[in-house]
Design a protein around this ligand. Structure first.
Ligand SMILES: [Zn+2]
Length: 372
């Protein structure tokens, strides 16, 4: 406090011009993330042999004794290179609910272009993609949801006949090869929710194998519908399960065997993407799935704090800031979005598009050499 009092006493002597400059400096150096900065290791080589090396915009600069590189708390994180970081409080506030403000309105509030808001949103979401959890000693409600492939925002699709195209889209229902499958699991005891993009088209055994890994699910029992692939997979892998008719969503003789919780989450997510966001491009669907999961998880923590009579230690905004500051994986995910999307389409054999002249991408764009 002494330090602050001292600075205040000095400020009164400044000229009006200098005062104005100081205000601008403070505004620019403070961001919603400032309170969460906690640099422990070098973002380049992960070494902890780091030393402070001056300041930039009100934040420490560091130098790594191991690789000799300079960095700040933003280096290699989704926040690197972002101008107007001090405006992110508006942005984060908006992120706390599932009622994201339309980008058109947000850009006026913040004073940046629509494209910038769009990029910011996706950078922020990229930091959450790797969030995953473990279900242990739990009863799992399991189901899948379909999201018709979407090229929202893409130019030059070469739609030949608009009506024909609309009809084609409407005809892609259920296990169509153009539907992106999303696996949803809800833990009855842990109340955790996991939403993960899976294959396109009919669910196969290998898709189940990729999802129900031993790392993610330990000692579980599954409630699901009578999809033959589910039954075969659970039986082969010794995972206990109980089923019900897909149409009914609940067992005829055991009322506790149902997946209504998971279904209500699926409905909420569909309303969020289809109605509120007016559709999400398949390229970005992962980001929004993990966003939905993240909000659920954070609310759960807050609820637990409340019900145990504890003081609420953080809110959703806190949790976002914590995830983003120091996250050195998100930026790569963000940069690889287009590439990952193309690989996904290639892996599912869906590079063409009904009723359009142009494919998703030119085959030569795919660089499988980057994979290894
Ligand atoms: Zn280093």
């Amino acid at each position: 406090m002494k330090k602050l009092e001292y600075i205040k006493s000095q400020v009164s002597d400044l000229s009006p011009k200098d005062k104005q400059e100081l205000i601008t400096y403070l505004k620019n150096s403070y961001s919603v993330f400032s309170d969460y900065v906690n640099v422990k290791a070098c973002p380049h080589c992960k070494s902890t042999k780091i030393v402070k090396n001056g300041t930039r915009n009100g934040h420490h600069k560091y130098i790594c004794r191991n690789c000799k590189k300079n960095f700040t708390y933003r280096t290699k994180t989704p926040l690197s290179g972002i101008q107007k970081l001090n405006q992110w409080n508006i942005f984060i506030d908006d992120f706390m609910s599932l009622n994201l403000t339309p980008i058109r309105e947000l850009k006026d509030k913040i004073g940046v272009s629509e494209q910038t808001v769009f990029n910011w949103r996706h950078k922020l979401l990229s930091a959450l993609v790797l969030k995953d959890q473990v279900f242990e000693n739990d009863i799992i409600e399991f189901d899948e949801a379909n999201f018709l492939i979407s090229r929202k925002g893409r130019q030059g699709m070469g739609i030949i006949d608009k009506n024909k195209y609309t009809r084609w889209r409407r005809s892609q229902v259920g296990e169509s090869d153009y539907n992106v499958k999303v696996f949803v699991a809800y833990g009855r005891f842990s109340r955790q929710l996991n939403i993960t993009r899976s294959n396109m088209g009919r669910t196969k055994k290998k898709d189940m194998e990729a999802y129900f890994t031993k790392e993610r699910f330990k000692n579980i029992k599954v409630y699901c519908d009578m999809h033959p692939t589910y039954k075969g997979f659970f039986r082969d892998n010794g995972i206990p399960f109980e089923t019900f008719l897909s149409k009914k969503h609940v067992s005829w003789d055991k009322p506790e065997v149902h997946n209504q919780t998971v279904n209500s989450y699926i409905r909420n997510f569909k309303d969020f993407t289809n109605i509120h966001l007016r559709g999400v491009s398949t390229k970005y669907i992962d980001l929004y799935l993990k966003w939905f999961q993240f909000i659920h998880e954070t609310r759960l923590v807050v609820e637990r704090q409340l019900s145990s009579g504890q003081k609420v230690k953080f809110n959703i905004a806190d949790n976002i800031c914590k995830e983003v500051v120091g996250n050195t994986a998100g930026l790569d995910i963000y940069r690889m979005l287009e590439f990952s999307y193309q690989l996904y389409l290639q892996a599912n054999g869906r590079t063409d598009y009904g009723g359009c002249k142009n494919h998703y991408y030119k085959a030569k764009v795919i660089r499988t050499d980057l994979l290894g």
